[in-house]
Design a protein around this ligand. Structure first.
Ligand SMILES: [Zn+2]
Length: 91
């Protein structure tokens, strides 16, 4: 069963209204994204703040993961370069 959480406000439980529909191209197919908002604008502000906070936390985690990946790649590349240099000096 698929529960569409987007259609119900997570804060007050009211039926959310569709603000706009976005059409995005994703992997050579069109994806429709509906943007919904709480009919209560004050409530929507709170929900937005909550989601933004969550998004910030998530992007921080992704940022850290990316940094780790870059460091790992750098380390790998450095050891690879050392090997290449060793081969070149032999000639
Ligand atoms: Zn609400």
């Amino acid at each position: 069963m698929v529960i569409n959480c987007q259609s119900i406000c997570i804060k007050c439980g009211k039926q959310r209204v569709v603000v706009k529909t976005k059409k995005e191209r994703l992997n050579s197919s069109w994806v429709y994204t509906t943007i919904t908002a709480c009919p209560d604008s004050e409530c929507q502000k709170l929900v937005d703040a909550m989601l933004n906070k969550e998004k910030a936390v998530r992007s921080k985690i992704i940022e850290n993961q990316e940094r780790e990946k870059v460091l790992r790649d750098k380390r790998r590349r450095r050891s690879h370069r050392r090997k290449v240099v060793a081969v070149q000096t032999k000639k």
